[in-house]
Design a protein around this ligand. Structure first.
Ligand code: SF4
Length: 974
């Protein structure tokens, strides 16, 4: 809109304008116009239009008239604090008038976890300039966690895949897809449809999933379509189906507000589902009688906040739940009428209940009997008991029974189908639910239909206009990569997932991919480890660039909307799959329709497939979602709203209409510790990273909470091994190993070890965490046991060590040449500082080292060798530009590395003499509050000086933005 005449603004000054309801600061620099948000984020006042404009270190900025911060007029970034940014608006001069375009607001959904938070993004000049939580979205009511709140932050532009590639060379879409279709068609013709497979993702949108599923089962005629949701939710699916008859989480988030007892099993909710955890905190604050029981081998932030924490031996949840059931029956705390009228199968469970006394379970679980009894009593006496559970139950070779054993407790006490009660599986991924709804897995059919049912298969075939869909279950994730390794599956299409890093026994998976005849990878980010194995690489659109829907943990379907166009030639996933399918159909001589004009077209076809099913959404449309907002299923035609809670009538989707007690036998973890591998390794999530870090690993801010890979063990364990805290160790399992730093942690049980699941070969010197994990699978769900492996720690004595830092990207691909490598990012003004620590047991790989030097500009004439003492292998190499240190490599003597790093982060002026005599500096330590970069050391110092939570928030600002750090702040301030 026209704001004013250009001449109304004095050159070099600004004015404030109200555009689209927002206060915008408009500046005139000679004949040019710049527009940014008028609100100074530090003072909260609308004052920036009154700031002084000038050049700061080559950047055009405005100085806040209230505090000392400067904001770039081009990017909106704060020069002094990279965590702060003001929106930038498109502005121009037209016929002597100043024209400013209002930001476009687009409501969409966060692409990370299954909480499914609503997000409102502001778009200007085809760039997402800011975002906030959607106050109207019932999953989050405006809240976001650190990950969601960082979605708009710019990352390395070179990280995106922009063009199709064929055998490493740029190709057109036609060339790439025709080639892929020809290879798939040939393999299918020679070896049959089961010689090809599709491995897709719980992060795809429902529409993407739908097209892939139809492509595999309807066109190719194979059920070899599985997804990384197999690694995440399949035991929850199998547990629900076994116990309740359908894959349908019966609860809603609002049950948190109505519960008297919340039992969290196998979930560090405060880190994995932060917005749900904040709702739990609110519910506890409102209702002091609400009890929180946490079952977790680790004393996580979630567990430490509980009224009762059961730190059981990893993998022993089934004995614990069976013993709780024993106690409930023994004490008469069950609901006899509910059991009699609404359930079946209790007699089959009787021997197990009799066997698992609390005393016997206490021995197996390594828990005090009293804790088991207390947990059971709390469950049996609460008015409304809600259980929340996640990967601690699912990622286990006994995972389905872990789920069903917990559901048994709900059935025995009638704690289901009522407000505040029920077994509520927290979904890991943003759209694992949507994938299950379209049947996009090897053993599922569309709309919760059963692969084994001829009628269900016939219905799907009719919907798709094909003669039949295959009856035999396809290969599930672990089975699929084993079959690729054996050469049975010759071609695999991988979309939106990174199995070379995320699958258990990752080295075996990499060998399989390296030996596969034909691999297509459809991916948004170039550096995903799996891209290294692709014959055809296809650039996919990602969050903010594509349209569709997702379903969250509480069965709520939300719209995902495109706010900006995809970069380069990237395309939405459904569109790529449909284009390929049409080309393949021609070669196979089949007539299956993939003529979708839009994502909405795909949604309509999927919607029709749900008619009459338990998840019937025939009453939904994009228009309804637009008008009414996100909706829970079922939502059949004619409905006015979705169903908040299932099974309120006590009727279950089983043939008898009754829920089933399941005889949940205890099966110990597949790999028990022994003399060679004496520690129990469990894996889990970090607060600020997501999966294999293809996206979050590009954002420097998200490293501040957990900057590097480390293995945590109890101090006693470390003492027993004679290893010092902070040393490098090699963590080894029967399948592989990795070198990382060891940290003593009282959060672990003696004898247990913990490594975060996220670390892969771009951040460490190996295949990452999953080089250690085991591919054993649950017999019912086929979900692998990612949470339990036997490992040992060995001291690692490097012969050679180095630290490099600089502002280049792309270092990750060289790390695997070193025995130890740790790559981390830190915010340095407008840029991300990359630091790499390296170590080798022998002489380092010269080629890799030279490549890293070149990457950071340490190889040319502008680099300087400050010091060398060859006899001791000591070297200091630096690059200083205009008095500022911009890169360095220290070899041998690393004592001043932190000093150098801090000089780079501060952009302070340095001299060669000063660098040569630099004293060792202490690392700043991890940040607890990522939003404002508040370090643990600062918080501890403030608490020692008497600060409580309120004072910490007031004086340090920590915990006042997204709130993800509040559980840790409370713990530190306690
Ligand atoms: Fe995204 Fe965080 Fe919400 Fe999960 S809790 S959906 S990661 S904002």
């Amino acid at each position: 809109m026209r704001v004013c005449a250009l001449d109304d603004i004095v050159p070099g000054t600004g004015v404030c304008a109200l555009v689209g309801g927002e206060q915008i600061a408009v500046f005139r620099i000679d004949q040019e116009i710049h527009a940014i948000g008028n609100r100074d984020p530090f003072s909260g006042a609308n004052v920036l239009s009154r700031g002084i404009v000038g050049d700061l270190k080559g950047e055009l900025v405005v100085a806040s008239p209230i505090y000392k911060q400067h904001f770039s007029l081009l990017t909106g970034r704060c020069v002094e604090d990279a965590s702060a940014r003001v929106p930038v608006y498109a502005a121009r001069v037209e016929e002597g008038w100043v024209v400013v375009e209002p930001a476009k607001q687009v409501a969409t959904t966060c692409c990370f976890c299954g909480v499914g938070c609503g997000v409102v993004v502001s778009v200007s000049r085809n760039e997402i300039i800011s975002l906030k939580g959607d106050a109207g979205h019932p999953a989050n009511f405006g809240r976001l966690c650190t990950k969601g709140a960082s979605l708009h932050l710019p990352t390395d532009a070179g990280a995106r895949l922009l063009y199709p590639e064929l055998n490493g060379a740029r190709a057109s879409w036609d060339e790439a897809l025709d080639h892929a279709a020809a290879r798939f068609a040939k393999i299918i013709a020679e070896h049959g449809p089961d010689a090809v497979a599709f491995y897709i993702s719980g992060q795809l949108l429902t529409e993407d999933y739908y097209v892939f599923n139809k492509l595999a089962k309807g066109l190719v005629g194979t059920n070899n379509v599985d997804t990384n949701s197999r690694l995440c939710m399949s035991s929850a699916v199998a547990g629900y189906k076994m116990s309740l008859g359908a894959d349908a989480p019966p609860c809603a988030y609002e049950d948190i507000d109505a519960a008297d007892l919340i039992l969290i099993a196998g979930s560090n909710t405060a880190f994995a589902h932060p917005v749900v955890y904040r709702r739990i905190e609110d519910a506890r604050a409102k209702n002091p009688d609400l009890k929180l029981v946490v079952i977790d081998p680790r004393a996580t932030v979630t567990a430490r906040a509980a009224d009762l924490h059961l730190a059981l031996k990893p993998g022993t949840d089934v004995p614990l739940f069976n013993a709780m059931l024993h106690f409930l029956f023994k004490e008469g705390l069950t609901k006899k009428e509910y059991i009699r009228e609404k359930t079946q199968g209790l007699p089959s469970l009787k021997p197990l209940i009799d066997y698992w006394t609390p005393e016997r379970a206490a021995e197996v679980c390594e828990l005090p009997v009293e804790q088991i009894v207390q947990a059971a009593r709390l469950f049996g006496t609460s008015g409304a008991a809600l259980s929340l559970y996640c990967q601690g139950l699912n990622q286990s070779a006994n995972g389905t029974f872990k789920n069903s054993a917990l559901i048994n407790l709900h059935l025995a006490t009638g704690q289901i189908g009522r407000p505040g009660a029920g077994p509520f599986s927290l979904t890991g991924q943003p759209n694992a639910m949507g994938g299950r709804e379209v049947g996009g897995m090897a053993n599922l059919l569309s709309a919760h239909r059963d692969l084994a049912s001829a009628q269900d298969r016939a219905e799907v075939a009719a919907l798709w206009g094909v003669n039949s869909v295959p009856a035999a279950p396809g290969k599930t994730a672990v089975e699929m990569f084993e079959a690729i390794g054996r050469g049975e599956i010759k071609a695999v299409w991988i979309a939106c997932t990174n199995p070379a890093q995320s699958m258990p026994d990752a080295l075996a998976v990499r060998r399989a991919l390296a030996g596969a005849e034909f691999v297509v990878v459809q991916e948004a980010f170039r550096d995903a480890e799996t891209c290294d194995y692709a014959h055809v690489l296809l650039p996919a659109a990602t969050w903010g660039e594509k349209e569709g829907t997702v379903t969250n943990s509480e069965r709520r379907i939300s719209r995902v909307r495109a706010a900006v166009p995809p970069p380069g030639e990237a395309r939405p996933d459904w569109l790529i799959a449909a284009d390929f399918a049409r080309r393949l159909a021609r070669r196979l001589g089949k007539n299956v329709s993939f003529d979708y004009a839009s994502a909405e077209d795909v949604f309509r076809e999927h919607r029709e497939s749900t008619r009459g099913r338990d998840l019937d959404i025939t009453g939904l449309s994009y228009a309804v979602l637009e008008r009414e907002g996100p909706q829970q299923w079922p939502y059949p035609e004619g409905a006015r709203a979705g169903r908040t809670r299932l099974y309120a009538d006590g009727v279950f989707p089983t043939p008898s209409g009754r829920a089933r007690f399941v005889a949940t036998e205890y099966v110990p973890p597949a790999e028990a510790p022994d003399a060679d591998y004496p520690l129990r390794l469990t894996t889990g999530r970090l607060r600020d990273q997501w999966h294999s870090m293809t996206r979050t690993g590009l954002d420097a801010r998200l490293f501040s909470h957990s900057p590097e890979a480390e293995v945590n063990v109890h101090p006693q364990t470390l003492t027993g091994l004679g290893i010092a805290d902070g040393n490098l160790v090699r963590v080894a399992s029967r399948r592989g190993g990795m070198v990382m730093r060891v940290r003593a942690s009282e959060d672990l049980r003696p004898g247990d070890a913990f490594v975060a699941m996220h670390w892969g070969g771009r951040f460490t010197g190996g295949a990452g965490t999953n080089a250690l994990t085991v591919g054993a699978i649950d017999p019912h769900s086929k979900q692998p046991e990612l949470k339990h492996a036997a490992v040992r720690l060995e001291p690692f004595e490097p012969k050679w060590r180095a630290v490099l830092a600089g502002f280049g990207s792309g270092a990750g691909k060289w790390l695997q040449r070193f025995d130890y490598a740790s790559l981390t990012l830190a915010e340095a003004g407008q840029e991300a500082l990359t630091s790499v620590e390296l170590a080798s047991a022998e002489t380092p790989d010269a080629e890799a080292l030279a490549a890293l030097d070149a990457l950071f500009g340490l190889d040319g004439a502008e680099a300087k060798l400050l010091h060398r003492y060859a006899k001791r292998g000591v070297e200091k190499r630096v690059r200083i530009e205009r008095g500022v240190l911009t890169a360095f490599r220290l070899t041998g003597d690393l004592a001043s590395a932190e000093h150098f790093r801090q000089a780079m982060l501060a952009r302070s002026e340095v001299t060669e003499e000063g660098l040569l005599s630099a004293a060792p500096a202490n690392a700043a330590g991890r940040a607890v509050c990522s939003c404002y970069g508040v370090r643990e050391a600062e918080i501890r110092a403030a608490v020692a000086a008497g600060a409580d939570l309120a004072r910490l928030q007031k004086e340090l600002r920590c915990g006042t933005s997204c709130g993800s750090c509040l559980p840790e702040l409370k713990r530190l301030a306690a």
